[in-house]
Design a binder for this molecule. Structure first.
Ligand code: NI
Length: 164
């Protein structure tokens, strides 16, 4: 099982590299990421979160199918924004309301290397934006006002949430 890395692991703050070739090892990585994400009861997981600084992430929401996005780009966002609570498997136990665009249009490649575009709304839109942030070394806490972020991190003790 892939290990999910938590803050302050350096890989979480770095810009991830594009995937050059979508081959069997990328498909296997995606499957292993889905397994690790399911085990941790998450709904999204990005490459850097398993120590792989590659531009890919997986998402699996409720009744939807599991989805893989390779080299994703947001090509459109709604002007309307919404405030929703977010958490992150790399910052276990910490949650905060974050404001982001309500809907996005994303372009990416699937596990067979074929390009697709997707218009997403609701939770899916939110997870896609959160995961693409991970590929740019950005955490959901970075969207909070600085004072609030610092206050939350000061109180934060990851050991409290470490599963053994
Ligand atoms: Ni996250």
């Amino acid at each position: 099982m892939l290990e999910i890395v938590t803050i302050p692991a350096e890989v979480l703050y770095q810009k991830a590299q594009p995937v050059n070739e979508i081959n069997g090892s990328i498909a296997e990585l995606a499957d292993n990421m889905l397994d690790a994400m399911h085990a941790a009861q998450g709904i999204g997981l990005a490459g850097p979160q398993v120590g792989k600084p590659l531009r890919l992430f997986v998402v699996h929401i409720a009744d939807d199918q599991p989805r893989l996005f390779v080299n994703p780009e947001i090509i459109g966002t709604s002007l309307e924004t919404v405030k929703l609570e977010e958490g992150c498997l790399s910052i276990p136990g910490l949650y905060a309301e974050v404001v982001r665009p309500r809907a996005v249009e994303v372009q990416a490649y699937n596990r067979r290397g074929r390009p697709f575009t997707l218009q997403a709304d609701g939770i899916l839109s939110r997870v896609i934006q959160h995961e693409i942030d991970h590929l740019n070394g950005v955490l959901f806490l970075d969207h909070l006002p600085e004072r609030k972020r610092e206050r939350m991190l000061r109180r934060y003790d990851p050991a409290e949430y470490t599963q053994s």
